[in-house]
Design a protein. Structure first.
Length: 92
């Protein structure tokens, strides 16, 4: 059963503890390695200044392309993946 089917948020993670630890260490500004813009927004809400979001390269394969599409299409991740992979194209 999915999180959504249980009435929970699709991504219920909190970054508040991590942000608090960084602030306690004197870190107030970060360059964030992520493909998830929501993570940048969450850290900004937790009083960290996100100077930049640095995207991570991701290679779509037949094994992970559905997962990556879900992250892109439903979760808003910034991913440069094809709508159809070469191996899918060969099957069509």
């Amino acid at each position: 059963m999915t999180y959504l089917a249980q009435g929970l948020a699709a991504d219920a993670r909190s970054y508040a503890v991590g942000a608090h630890i960084l602030r306690e260490l004197g870190v107030g500004r970060v360059r964030l390695l992520t493909n998830n813009p929501a993570k940048c927004a969450a850290l900004t809400t937790d009083r960290l200044e996100v100077l930049a979001r640095v995207g991570l390269s991701t290679n779509a394969t037949t094994d992970n392309v559905r997962y990556l599409r879900t992250k892109r299409d439903r979760m808003g991740h910034v991913l440069d993946i094809p709508d159809v992979t070469d191996s899918e194209r060969s099957v069509l």
